[in-house]
Design a protein around this ligand. Structure first.
Ligand code: URA
Length: 226
């Protein structure tokens, strides 16, 4: 029996095709009212095989116009943060909890988050990232319900077979100088979370069968002289 790690990595093409299917379904989705106000669906984009998946809240006004996540001021800041750890946005995947713009940039409602959740679940399953970075309290709540972001931000935790790092939302950090410094510091924890996740994926050392118990040699028979 081999103890070798047998996980096969799907090709980027396979993942891209599967993610396109999800995006096409998002575009057709009328399961909640958000599609009525939206100009473009914003399913998410980036590397289909990314090791790191960022999950924001919902598209804002500019994302609604362009059909791409994080293209406004918060997106510019997110790109700066990525650069600070040597990454570009095309090396990660960026998605949101909710895929259509909530009118007036309002918070997504619990039923909208629940209705849209299946799309995000499928994206996570397809990309199978080693690290998920949640941006803001809505995506944090998916993994750590009942937690407070002020308490758990910046500390990666194991969630099933990956690490999840909850961070403040970049938009919040843009408006509060102290949060800006916090998110900049928290962002630097991403490489360590990735290293930790890689350890989770490393197969355990093969379990050696125990050595057979040594039966002590019988003492040599003393030949009787008589
Ligand atoms: N804020 C988000 O949470 N997502 C976006 O795509 C843009 C801003």
């Amino acid at each position: 029996m081999s103890f070798e790690h047998t996980r096969t990595t799907p090709s980027a093409d396979d993942n891209a095709a599967l993610l396109s299917e999800v995006a096409a379904e998002v575009a057709r989705c009328q399961a909640c009212v958000l599609y009525k106000h939206a100009l473009k669906p914003v399913p998410g984009d980036g590397d289909p095989n990314a090791a790191i998946l960022f999950i924001g809240e919902a598209p804002g006004r500019y994302e609604n116009q362009q059909g791409k996540p994080f293209v406004g001021a918060a997106g510019q800041f997110l790109e700066d943060l990525l650069r600070s750890i040597g990454l570009r946005r095309d090396q990660v995947f960026i998605a949101n909890v909710v895929k259509h713009w909530p009118p007036g940039n309002r918070d997504p409602l619990p039923e909208e988050i629940a209705t849209c959740g299946g799309f995000l679940d499928r994206q996570i399953e397809i990309i199978n990232p080693q690290v998920i970075v949640t941006l803001g309290r809505f995506s944090m709540a998916k993994f750590f319900p009942g937690e407070r972001i002020s308490r758990i931000h910046g500390v990666a935790r194991r969630h099933r077979n990956r690490m999840v790092l909850p961070l403040y939302h970049p938009a919040a950090a843009l408006h509060q100088a102290n949060l800006r410094r916090t998110i900049e510091e928290d962002f630097k924890r991403i490489p360590a979370a990735l290293a930790e996740a890689e350890k989770l994926a490393t197969p355990a050392a093969p379990i050696k069968p125990p050595e057979p118990a040594q039966t002590p040699e019988p003492p040599p028979q003393q030949l009787s002289l008589f």
